[in-house]
Design a protein around this ligand. Structure first.
Ligand code: FAD
Ligand code: NAI
Length: 474
């Protein structure tokens, strides 16, 4: 007889494992199947998806190590700390990263045990509908469930005709396992991965050249932030060329050769030891048997869902990278919790207007809500409070004076519409903006809240005061 569950989750990434845990907490019998493309020393399914195995966590581990290296090489002397020229031991850096990944992926197995979620090893594919649910083939067995949550995530988009071997030509998987600092690193795509991985290897001494198709840099960010970021990254040695059109990519004995047309029409060639292709991601819907059961896929290959992550099939939900919206781990988790609560008849909710974005470059970049250019396009009257970190005592003390906090508030109601930060700890500071916006706060509300002194959070406070043209320290 087929195994039977209240809920079957397909995919064990942030969307899937969080959905499984929340559904189990709400009293459902839950199984989660994972098809495990990541190398596990014991050959067991590895939970955590892209995020834990080949995404958020390993990239941040490498960013941290390379940041410390760059500080030791270029930052310490200014504070009177004299060290010999530091050397990087790349294998140890990568081993540390792998240990962190191992700890976290194993930790999720522990969480599954604690919450009584059954882990099934295998690829999930719909078989058909039953009287009160769905049949899904997992590996060789058929499982039945009243409700199914699809959280199959995404994989790297590759350039047509350019095979990725993850040695010379890498996507995000190989980019996190480069075993020595390349002399010259080429990157195609100046998006989030391109900038984060470019930062890692440039800090460690690689000459990094990034080729970007779009004419504008960081188009999704507020223009002021994008301008400041372009300036800082150029100073750091990231050579970013915009508006290019990529031609033939060849692997050579020495490395990789990329032919491209520059913005001005000139034919150019970029030679490098390694190439990272980071041009976005593709949702994983193949092999789900979506067409057999009539699961609707949208024009961009994603599972079509409504605001509550309901698909067109009764009792089938989908969350995370495989559906519309930003491909971010916290967005996947938020949707998954909402779905589990809706399955249980509760009022699950996900506020898509307050999902923060963070780039873990140096300085970090983070934002929530609308950009100034969006407000202009929408014809919304707004006011701006913008304060540089250079005006903050703590920023001076820790030597992190680059960047600013920019707050946008509605001119009529004073409600905060967007917060944009480029500066140290932006990833943590943005939470104040998220909380404020989630509660519908006005800039005046933040201006009246006591912020600890001396902290970088005072820059957020001052930006709120500046919305009313009354900053105290600038
Ligand atoms: P995934 O994490 O992709 O998980 C899907 C899982 O489903 C996978 O384990 C896959 O093996 C499994 N699967 C697929 N099909 C099947 C099937 N048919 N049957 C069984 N299992 C299946 N986001 C952030 O918010 N912050 C960051 O700092 C960040 N950094 C990133 C850095 C990099 C280099 C990359 C590549 C991504 C990063 N992301 C980051 C994005 C983040 O990793 C994704 O948004 C997140 O992992 C999406 O979660 P998910 O559960 O939807 O999908
Ligand atoms: P991306 O969408 O961030 O950037 C891709 C870039 O490649 C874009 O600027 C695009 O214009 C460019 N591009 C596309 N095709 C091209 C071509 N043929 N030639 C040259 N340039 C081209 O995608 P990326 O960096 O691959 O990351 C994928 C996703 O992973 C991100 O969108 C994000 O959702 C997630 N991510 C999140 C992180 C975070 O939250 N800190 C870190 C890394 C990834």
């Amino acid at each position: 007889m087929a195994k039977n569950f209240d809920v079957l989750v397909i995919g064990g990434g942030p969307g899937g494992y969080v959905g499984a845990i929340r559904a189990a907490q709400l009293g459902f019998s839950v199984a989660c199947c994972e098809s495990n493309p990541y190398a596990d020393p014991k050959g067991e399914p590895r939970l955590g998806g892209t995020c834990l195995n080949v995404g958020c966590i390993p990239s941040k581990a490498l960013l941290h190590t390379s940041h410390l290296f760059a500080e030791a090489a270029h930052g310490f002397a200014a504070q009177g700390i004299l060290v010999d020229t530091p050397k990087i031991d790349v294998p140890t850096m990568v081993k540390r990263k792998n240990t962190i990944v191992g700890q976290l992926t194993t930790g999720i197995k522990g969480l599954f045990k604690k919450n009584k979620v059954t882990l099934l090893n295998g690829h999930g594919a719909f078989v058909g509908q039953t009287e009160n649910g769905w049949q899904v083939k997992v590996g060789e067995e058929v499982v039945e469930a009243k409700q199914v949550l699809v959280a199959t995530g995404s994989r790297a988009r590759h350039l047509p005709g350019v095979p990725v071997d993850n040695v010379r030509v890498c996507d995000n998987v190989g980019a996190l396992d480069i075993d020595a600092v390349p002399k010259k690193l080429a990157i195609i795509g100046a998006g989030v991965i391109g900038l984060e991985m470019g930062s890692v290897w440039s800090r460690l001494g690689a000459e990094v050249a990034i080729l970007e198709a779009l004419p504008d840099f960081l188009g999704a960010a507020d223009t002021d932030v994008a301008k400041e970021a372009a300036k800082v990254f150029a100073k750091q040695g990231l050579a970013i060329e915009l508006g290019v059109s990529i031609g033939e990519v060849k692997t050579t004995k020495k490395g990789v050769s990329v032919a491209y047309t520059a913005k001005d029409g000139a034919a150019k060639q970029l030679e490098a030891d390694r190439l990272i292709v980071s041009i976005g991601r593709v949702p994983n819907t193949e092999g789900l048997n979506a067409e057999t059961v009539g699961l609707q896929i949208d024009e961009r290959g994603r599972i079509a869902v409504d605001d509550h992550c309901r698909t067109n099939l009764p009792g089938v939900w989908a969350v995370g990278d495989v559906v519309r919206g930003p491909m971010l781990a916290h967005k996947a988790m938020e949707e998954a919790v909402m779905v589990a609560e809706l399955m249980a008849g509760q009022a699950g909710h996900c506020n898509f207007d307050t999902i923060p974005w963070v780039l873990y470059t140096s300085p970090e970049i983070a934002w929530v809500g609308k950009t100034e250019q969006q407000l202009k396009e929408e014809g919304v009257a707004y006011k701006v409070g913008k304060i540089p970190f250079a005006a903050n005592g703590r920023a001076l003390g820790v030597g992190e004076t680059t960047g600013f906090v920019k707050m946008l508030a509605d001119a009529a109601t004073d409600r905060i519409l967007g917060v944009h930060i480029i500066g140290a700890n932006a990833s943590e500071l943005i939470s104040e903006g998220v909380v404020a916006m989630e509660f519908g706060a006005a800039s005046e509300d933040l201006a009246r809240i006591c912020h600890a002194h001396p902290t970088l959070s005072e820059v957020v406070h001052e930006a709120a005061l500046a919305c009313d043209k009354r900053p105290l320290h600038f």
